[in-house]
Design a protein. Structure first.
Length: 211
């Protein structure tokens, strides 16, 4: 009761201090500005990483010679340059080649992921990441578009971290009851991932472990 009566008296009072009111107003404005800026910066970086991923996916689709581990490592270097990322930011690139193969001599059905799945040709990932297997491809069938029989496609995956400039979500600030109000902010190590499927623009993409 004492708390409620004190609060009622506080709400009824009309006197105050302009500097104190201004200080509280400035803190609210600065908090709003920091929140707005970090979300803007996060979306800007997400767009940058997405553009970089589509760029290297387009490079693969135009490749008229075999690709291999050395080529994929070169793509990782390109991705790091385009995103202006640090080498130690734990980003990685994974390239997977797919093919729609005939199940029999008279099979001309496309691979739709329902009655017929695509077959794995090869997969390679940088930075010691796991390669995709045929079981992984079958599980991802809903994310792979329909591929005509005899055609090939390439899955380009990129993943990288982004650290907001303020990272206020990592501050241990909470209201009464243990509910943290910092959840409205972004945490550190915010991961951006891309999954892109492209088909070759000209010749079929092939895999060479020495390329």
């Amino acid at each position: 009761m004492f708390t409620l009566s004190t609060l009622r008296r506080f709400l009824r009072r009309s006197d105050g201090s302009v500097p104190i009111d201004g200080l509280f107003g400035a803190l609210l404005l600065l908090t709003w500005y920091a929140l707005a800026f970090q979300f803007y910066d996060a979306f800007r970086m997400k767009t940058l990483h997405q553009r970089a991923a589509y760029t290297i996916a387009d490079m693969i689709s135009r490749q008229d010679t075999a690709i291999g581990p050395k080529f994929v490592n070169g793509l990782k270097t390109t991705f790091t340059y385009l995103t202006n990322s640090d080498i130690t930011d734990e980003s990685w690139v994974r390239i997977t080649l797919l093919e729609c193969m005939a199940d029999g001599p008279d099979d001309t059905d496309p691979c739709d992921g329902k009655t017929k799945n695509v077959s794995l040709i090869s997969s390679y990932a940088t930075d010691s990441q796991a390669k995709l297997t045929q079981s992984n491809i079958d599980a991802l069938s809903a994310h792979i578009p329909i591929i005509a029989m005899g055609d090939t496609a390439v899955i380009t995956e990129t993943s990288s971290y982004f650290d907001p400039i303020f990272a206020m979500a990592n501050r241990d600030l909470s209201l009464d009851g243990g509910k943290s109000w910092t959840n409205v902010f972004l945490p550190t190590n915010l991961r951006f991932s891309n999954f892109i499927v492209t088909r070759p623009r000209g010749m079929r993409n092939t895999w060479d472990p020495n390329a």
